[in-house]
Design a protein around this ligand. Structure first.
Ligand code: NAD
Ligand code: TYD
Length: 357
């Protein structure tokens, strides 16, 4: 079958990537979607069970730092668009192992950029109709003081954690490939995502799981840090819109104008999980445990996504209360998904399944 477009989505077995893959595969049956993922601890093909047999979906297990394989994938699938999400994504892990973050996030992005550049430059139409779309984070902008100031697209980069430093570096490489070689690129910077299929090392799924098992909830510092939360399907919708309608060489901030102090968010989570589990009101509040703060813990992130609304008409579809209700329900209804991950069984499953491919 001839496809209208051949799109490479990296990191599609991860949290956000799986939502982006699902949206593209179902909304664009005339596009071939190639999901390329190394399946690190964070990659889980269970996240895509519902669409894995679709005729326009292909999975490739590969490492983005392996440039030869990236060259081959570009050519084998005649890729004309890249949506790049593969990354090491957890700040706490980056504090423990910064080299892995530099390797995957910086060198991996560079390898992918170079492979795309080589393939597109030698194609008959050159860069025409091509796009390298890089998914990044608001954490590259650094930390805000308490108050009303928001990150905009012109806020200078000032990353603090090894994670955000590696993402900032990869963003710069993407822009450099536009400015130097003329490659059509777009970068978007999004706030904290939440929703189904998030690996339970991140705040929201970790705490839902711990409440379910009546285990302590480790709140860093005093719980006063502020994050701006966006439901993951709204991020995926923004990505699909920007991929088609975004201006080449531009940057868009994506966020829901939805700031929460960690401790307030945690109380909402506790109330929601307790209610849905039929526990008495306030039952799990005793689990809150203040622990030593994260090193270099950014105080506040908050994003201004006015440009995206004004230029492309995107707005979040869900109120936070609805999003949290939906999310908690999903984790409680999908306990096997959580249990498989926390027991490590899924890793073995993949090793067995893909060892011969
Ligand atoms: P995730 O950790 O859930 O998933 C990352 C995926 O990348 C996994 O499937 C993993 O197997 C894959 N991967 C890692 N290293 C790889 C490599 N070397 N080669 C191929 N695949 C590899 O991450 P996420 O939360 O879904 O984030 C996806 C992207 O969005 C990242 O680039 C992240 O920086 C960005 N982002 C995340 C958030 C958030 O709140 N989670 C917010 C803004 C931006
Ligand atoms: P996280 O989900 O790791 O996202 P990020 O660090 O990229 O913002 O953390 C969200 C917030 O929750 C952050 O301020 C750190 C805090 N946090 C805790 O207090 N305890 C935890 O166990 C975790 C994982 C995070």
């Amino acid at each position: 079958m001839d496809f209208k477009r051949n799109i490479l989505i990296t990191g599609g077995a991860g949290f956000i990537g799986s939502h982006v893959v699902r949206l593209f595969v179902t909304k664009h049956p005339d596009y071939r979607i190639v999901n390329l993922d190394k399946l690190t601890y964070a990659g889980n093909l269970e996240n895509l069970r519902d669409i894995e047999n679709m005729p326009n979906y292909v999975f490739v297990k590969a490492d983005i730092t392996d440039i030869e394989t990236m060259r081959k994938v570009m050519a084998d699938y005649n890729i004309d668009g890249v949506i790049h999400l593969a990354a090491e994504s957890h700040v706490d892990r980056s504090i423990l192992n910064p080299f892995e973050f530099a390797n995957t996030n910086v060198m991996g992005t560079l390898s992918l950029l170079q492979a795309a550049r080589e393939y597109w430059e030698k194609s008959a139409q050159g860069y025409e109709g091509k796009l390298f779309y890089h998914i990044s984070t608001d954490e590259v902008y650094g930390a805000l003081k308490p108050g009303k100031e928001l990150f905009t697209e012109t806020t200078p980069y000032s990353p603090h954690s090894p994670y955000s430093a590696s993402k900032a570096s990869s963003d710069h490489f993407v822009r450099a490939y536009h400015d130097t070689y003329g490659m059509p690129t777009i970068v978007t910077n999004c706030s904290n995502n939440y929703g189904p299929y998030q690996f339970p090392e991140k705040l929201i799924p970790l705490f839902i799981n711990n409440i379910r098992h009546h285990k302590p909830l480790p709140v860093y510092g005093k719980g006063e840090n502020v994050r701006d939360w966006l439901f993951v399907e709204d991020h995926a919708r923004a990505i699909e819109l920007i991929f088609h309608k975004g201006k080449v060489a531009d940057t868009y901030n994506i966020g829901g104008f939805n700031e929460w102090r960690n401790i307030d968010l945690i109380k909402v989570l506790i109330a929601t999980v307790d209610r849905l589990l039929g526990n008495p009101d306030g039952h799990s509040l005793e689990l809150i445990t203040f622990v030593t703060d994260r090193q270099g813990h950014d105080l506040r992130y908050a994003i201004d996504s006015t440009k995206l609304k004004n230029e492309l008409g995107w707005e979040p579809s869900l109120q936070f209360e609805e999003g949290i209700e939906k999310t908690v329900k999903w984790y409680l209804d999908n306990q096997t998904w959580l249990d498989n991950i926390t027991s490590g069984d899924y890793q073995k499953y993949y090793e067995d399944m893909y060892s011969n491919r």
